[in-house]
Design a protein around this ligand. Structure first.
Ligand SMILES: Nc1ncnc2c1ncn2[C@@H]1O[C@H](COP(=O)(O)OP(=O)(O)OP(=O)(O)O)[C@@H](O)[C@H]1O
Ligand SMILES: [Mg+2]
Length: 514
């Protein structure tokens, strides 16, 4: 099993706690009190019941929640000193047994927001385990996210006697079946493998007390909804249900409401807000000029780790080949890679041996990788919410980061959709042509001055009838939800930038883009 992170707080700027959190929590708690919590509680469909019984904490440390002492001890060891706003607001609600929809920006600690009160519940209400059953079921869209969530439960619950396990695709079912025989407190799963295990009678879901859907809007969209419905049909009607995400489109929220009882919606920031500390930029470029533009970005920026997103698996491989030809070490991760390859690739990225990881949207949600300084959208995503999640792989837990999107003429409509969703214009920084060679290298570790942002991007109604856009929707990869290895990225010191060969690129001018 992967080791859980233990020194998160060490790398956070002091202002993260002292300014952002304390001020934010104070503001949120004060305004929630003033409004009798009504401002926080605006469930999408069902009326919100009175919340008088629910005590909000204005505590700026974890003691105020009256969590089990063993959990507080584990948090101190993790160096979590201050609850984040989503934690401050949802932990008391979950402890009070409420159904919650929690919406908060990427990298703001939603995992602990549900894991801590769940662990408290398990400690406060011990029960003998029931064979082939679990008390808590946590579902997430990808293997690596499920693994990460399990790591978090294990880290926060390390001083409790909690039996937790993972059931994900791509690995042998036999070991998972054996793990389930004696029963579990917490089962973290991806939906497909869970249903396989249910169908083969390896697990029964009738004992579940609490269901968590992490990345809930993804879990309820077309790709997963059928599996989720089948799973929910096997759960007891009387249960607690928790849903978390950074985005929640209205249609999905309405669907979600059907699975919740008198839910409380906790929206720390307006839905789909991007983290302010992400320096977002747009580079207008011809399609064929994208490889050169990417090389320019990777050479001229001071990169700790870069995550490059492409729309397709084939596109990811092509980008990697181009980067290698340009002397930039890179590896790809996507659903067509074998389990072994994926694990090796993620391990290399985690250790800093490979600083550039090229990925499909399978890596867009939930992955918590320390030190990702840059996200580059080689292709713009055709689902606007995906942009929010992709760029949220940087600037996590109070850090800063850069998100650069390469936009060709066919993608202008996609940018408009994204800007509409995030309610801001992405500054345009320069334009590149296909024939341009990658710019000369800047001196090591000196960030070249950034071009001034040009006029804000003109907003307009998305052209849904645009044939190029329709094709893009058709091209949308249907990734196997279980497609990449479950790896928790450890925080390791980064090696020097020796893996980047600074010779001029032979790639520019040869590639036609991905
Ligand atoms: N109270 C805290 N103090 C310090 N660090 C924290 C705290 N809560 C969470 N973290 C750290 O913040 C990082 C982000 O947490 P997490 O992955 O839960 O974010 P998230 O909100 O679920 O993001 P995403 O929307 O991308 O899934 C993790 O490394 C976690 O260890
Ligand atoms: Mg998360």
């Amino acid at each position: 099993m992967r080791a859980a992170c233990t020194d998160t707080a060490n790398r956070l700027p002091a202002c993260f706690f002292s300014n952002l959190l304390t001020a934010q929590i104070a503001r949120d708690v004060a305004s929630a009190r003033k409004a009798g919590l009504a401002s926080l509680a605006s469930g999408p469909q069902q009326p919100i019941t009175t919340t008088k019984a629910i005590a909000l904490t204005n505590s700026t440390d974890f003691h105020g929640f009256k969590l089990n002492g063993s959990i507080v001890r584990a948090l101190a060891e993790e160096k979590y000193l201050t609850p984040t706003p989503i934690q401050a607001q949802t932990i008391p609600l979950v402890m009070a047994g409420r159904d919650v929809i929690g919406i908060a920006q990427t990298g703001t600690g939603k995992t602990a927001a549900f894991a801590l009160p769940i662990l408290h519940h398990l400690a406060a209400h011990p029960r003998p385990l029931v064979r082939k059953s679990c008390r808590i079921l946590v579902l997430s869209p990808t293997r690596e996210l499920s693994g990460q969530i399990l790591d978090s439960f294990r880290a926060y619950g390390r001083h409790l006697r909690v039996r937790a396990a993972l059931t994900i695709g791509g690995v042998s079912m036999g070991a998972q079946v054996r793990t389930l025989i004696d029963g579990l407190d917490v089962l973290v799963a991806t939906p497909g493998r869970l249903l396989d295990l249910v169908q083969s009678n390896a697990v029964r879901l009738g004992e579940v007390e609490c269901l968590v859907l992490d990345e809930a809007d993804r879990m309820l969209d077309m790709g997963f909804i059928h599996d989720i419905r089948k799973i929910v049909a096997k759960l007891p009607a009387r249960r607690q249900t928790l849903m978390f995400s950074a985005t929640m489109p209205r249609a999905i929220a309405e669907l979600a409401a059907q699975m919740l009882r008198e839910p409380v919606k906790v929206a720390v920031t307006p839905e789909a807000t991007t983290v302010e500390r992400v320096d977002q930029r747009l580079i207008r470029v011809d399609r064929a000029g994208k490889p050169a533009a990417l090389i320019g970005v990777l050479r001229n920026e001071t990169i700790d780790r870069a995550l490059v997103f492409t729309r397709t698996k084939h596109g990811a491989d092509k980008v990697v080949r181009g980067l290698l030809r340009a002397g930039i070490a890179a590896q790809a991760i996507h659903g067509n890679k074998s389990q072994n390859q994926r694990e090796r690739t993620l391990a290399a990225f985690r250790k800093g041996e490979v600083r550039t990881l090229v990925a499909t949207d399978i890596a867009a949600r939930g992955i918590d990788v320390d030190g990702v300084s840059h996200v580059v959208n080689f292709d713009l995503p055709n689902v606007p919410e995906t942009y929010v999640h992709r760029i949220g792989r940087t600037a996590r837990a109070g850090a800063a980061g850069v998100a650069i999107s390469l936009c060709d003429s066919e993608e202008v409509g996609l940018v408009r959709d994204i800007e509409k969703l995030i309610r801001m214009s992405i500054p345009v920084s320069g334009r590149r042509q296909a024939h341009e060679h990658p710019p000369k290298l800047a001196a090591p570790h000196i960030v070249p001055p950034r071009p001034a942002a040009s006029a804000p991007h003109k907003r307009g109604k998305p052209r849904r009838s645009d044939p190029a856009r329709r094709d893009r929707y058709r091209e949308q990869p249907h990734e196997n939800p279980d497609a990449i290895a479950a790896v928790r990225f450890l925080q390791r010191p980064l090696p020097p930038r020796s893996n980047i060969d600074r010779r001029p690129s032979p790639w520019a001018g040869h590639s036609k883009g991905s």
